[in-house]
Design a protein around this ligand. Structure first.
Ligand code: GLU
Length: 483
């Protein structure tokens, strides 16, 4: 048997974190067993499905690297097949037309609720052979759920869950407008696509019982079900699309790497011993449905940040660089106009928790400062600074070897000659070239920035300081200013 799993999102919104986790678990299970993974877009709810949502789902899957072997299939392209199955169920007496008016069904429901009974259709039309005189047309089609016995969902996460058939409704499988409903089309698709394992959110657990009855009526064996507990927010509340669950693309925009996201997602409800860090290969190697937790998992942003920094520091710098380039591009920067992107990554990884931070802190590699951080400048710039910077500039312009070591020695030489500590040279120099007090070590920063940009920026800072810092240094109170 070839293991075949599927991810079956309804495109009514972004790919949010719960959906992404379902997709990941399904993907991992297929990969672990050398099986196939199917993407199926459940877009039969035409009013709520949008092209935009389809695109963000596809984009999210691609960003996470969750590739699929089949699909994307669209349910709206399969209506003919659904009609064929409906005709077959009707012909075999496994489904029936129900002519009860909406009002009647609503009255029935209200009465049952007032008697504290579980609302369900009373099966009035189940044994009709022709439409009743008071028929409301067009009819809906209902499935003949067995009246006796039980349906057992042998769930791989939740264990054996028993539903009494008489409590399961004769569910509507075709609406009065002729469109098939969710439970029917899922069953037809899972059957036609030969899905062996259905891994999805546990809000679908009771649907599993209905789907098992339907799929048996179609004469095939049900797939294995695994219903994954919900995800809670950091305050322990149920996370829902409506309650602002963040979409996967928002996490990208906030500067997370897909590797960190996948590692975070896999640990939301699944554990393998006490291991926290999983490469994708390790996830594929170890993932098993049996280890999915029965209780709900909670979001934990500090953990996600921690994972992200781990991957920023340990992934191949050119890989991180590709993601950093995307963030720089969003800020209007073309990274080819700067130092090698992987060198920027190496110099910044330790000081950034996200790619967003890394991008913000790396803007100076591409743009000369347009102002100087006021507080830092007030502290580090004085009337002595232009002379000091000119010394540095002279030393650097004569430097033959523009390398980290060469720059380091040059800055050291100036500090030595002036009889000051390295920091007393490095900090004004840093602010001069970066505009602010934070950057990688000064020798690395300058070596990446290059000779031309460094000398130009240092000179501009000298001019600015001469103009703005009087002997008393008081003009800096009005910084920032234009260099
Ligand atoms: N389309 C359903 C949803 O987005 C999932 C159906 C299923 O996995 O069976 O909730």
């Amino acid at each position: 048997m070839i293991v075949k799993t599927r991810f079956a999102p309804s495109p009514t919104g972004d790919l949010h974190i719960g959906g992404a986790r379902t997709a990941l678990f399904s993907w991992l299970y297929a990969r672990r067993h050398g099986g196939r993974f199917v993407l199926r877009i459940e877009d039969t709810d035409r009013e709520r499905s949008t092209r935009e949502a389809i695109n963000t789902i596809l984009e999210g899957m691609a960003w996470l690297g969750l590739d699929y072997d089949e699909g994307p299939f669209f349910q709206t392209e399969r209506f003919e097949r659904y009609r064929e199955v409906i005709q077959m169920l009707l012909a075999q007496g496994k489904a029936y037309c129900c002519y009860c008016s909406r009002e009647r069904v609503e009255q029935l429901r209200a009465g049952q609720l007032s008697r504290k009974e579980k609302p369900r259709y009373d099966r009035r039309c189940r044994s009709l052979t022709k439409p009743p005189a008071d028929a409301s047309t067009p009819p809906v089609v209902r499935f003949k759920t067995p009246e006796e016995g039980e349906t057992v969902v042998d769930d791989r996460v939740r264990g054996r869950v028993v539903f009494r058939n008489h409590e399961l409704d004769d569910l509507i499988i075709v609406r009065a407008d002729g469109t098939p409903t969710y439970n029917l089309v899922v069953v037809i698709d899972d059957m036609d696509m030969a899905i062996t394992h259905v891994i999805r959110g546990d809000d679908h657990l009771s649907n599993a019982a209905r789907q098992i009855n339907l799929i048996k009526a179609l004469g095939v064996a049900p797939p294995v079900y695994a219903h994954v507990p919900i995800i809670l927010d950091e305050g322990g509340r149920k996370l829902s699309k409506r309650a602002g669950a963040a979409s996967v693309m928002e996490y990208r925009d906030q500067g997370f790497l897909p590797e960190a996201m996948l590692n975070y997602l896999v640990r939301l409800g699944w554990a393998h011993g006490d291991q926290e860090i999983f490469s994708i290969d390790e996830m594929v190697e170890h993932f098993d449905i049996h280890e999915i937790n029965q209780s709900a998992a909670s979001l934990n942003r500090p953990k996600l940040l921690w994972l992200n920094q781990h991957y920023l520091m340990t992934c191949d710098p050119s890989h991180v660089g590709r993601h950093l380039s995307w963030h720089l591009g969003v800020r209007g920067i073309d990274p080819v106009d700067g130092p090698p992107i992987e060198e920027i990554v190496k110099s910044q990884a330790q000081r950034s928790k996200t790619l967003l931070e890394m991008a913000e802190q790396s803007l100076f590699f591409y743009r000369d400062p347009t102002d100087y951080d006021a507080k830092a400048a007030r502290k580090a710039f004085s009337s002595q600074t232009p002379g000091l910077l000119a010394r540095v500039r002279a030393e650097l312009s004569g430097l033959e070897d523009w390398t980290v070591e060469g720059v380091h020695d040059a800055v050291m030489a100036v500090a030595h000659a002036l009889g000051v500590k390295l920091g007393e040279v490095a900090q004004p120099l840093r602010i001069a070239v970066c505009g602010g007090p934070v950057s990688p070590p000064i020798d690395i920063t300058l070596s990446l920035l290059g000779r031309e940009a460094t000398l130009r920026r240092v000179e501009a800072a000298e001019v600015w300081i001469q103009r703005n810092v009087g002997n008393a240094g008081s003009a800096l109170d009005s910084a920032p200013g234009q260099p």
